[in-house]
Ligand binder design. Sequence first.
Ligand code: ZN
Ligand code: ZN
Length: 250
Amino acid sequence: MKLTIVGCSGSFPGPDSPASCYLLEAEGFRLLLDFGNGSLGALQRHIGLYDVDAICLSHLHADHCLDLCSYHVVRTYAPCAPLPRVPVYAPDDAPRRLAAAYGMDDEPGLETAFDFTALAPGVFSVGPFEVTAALMNHPIETYGFRVSHGGRSVAYSGDTGECPELVKLAAGADILLCEASLLDRPGIPAGLHMTGRQAAEHAARAGAGTLVLTHLVPWNDKGEVLDDASRGGYEGRVELARSGAVYDLR
Ligand SMILES: [Zn+2]
Ligand SMILES: [Zn+2]
């Protein structure tokens, strides 16, 4: 399994990265976790425009899902279109919400390009991958994912505040892609986002192999996020996510 960080900018695109989007590849199958704004552009540095086989959307905040609207244009109007529908696993309301974002009626909405399945907590197969979805701690319905293949696993927090479900989801994972949107200062709001310290605490409890801090908000100092993580009691490797970084898990 290969993981490519396409976009890791938190809440909105930054100068060096689009918003959230992670590419997982195994056995020639290409799965996206999230499709945030700007990520369709950077994705084309890594795979062909038509090569997405499935998409999981953690939640329906714009920075995690909006480029599905742009990708509808590709699948529907490209010179080689129409292309086969891409399976999309997303919160229940995704077809209606994304059709509205595109400026389209609910019927047929984006369903000419995508085959939507409503997410629920549990385990399902996507191509060669086993995917586990678990509810996170964020103001709207939000899922974290664990993607496994060939005995290796990547866990992804989506957006979340402190969350025991994330510790379970990431237990023993090779990589935990964990959001670290906030700086560790007094008055951290509950049930919204985490700090680097909280991300490291979750990685330590989960016994995850490598912690990759992501959803990095452009107005924060990245060095400070990394400093915060050093106070989380996690003894494994800690890195800042970077658009274009590749992790080969074989
Ligand atoms: Zn977000
Ligand atoms: Zn969010």
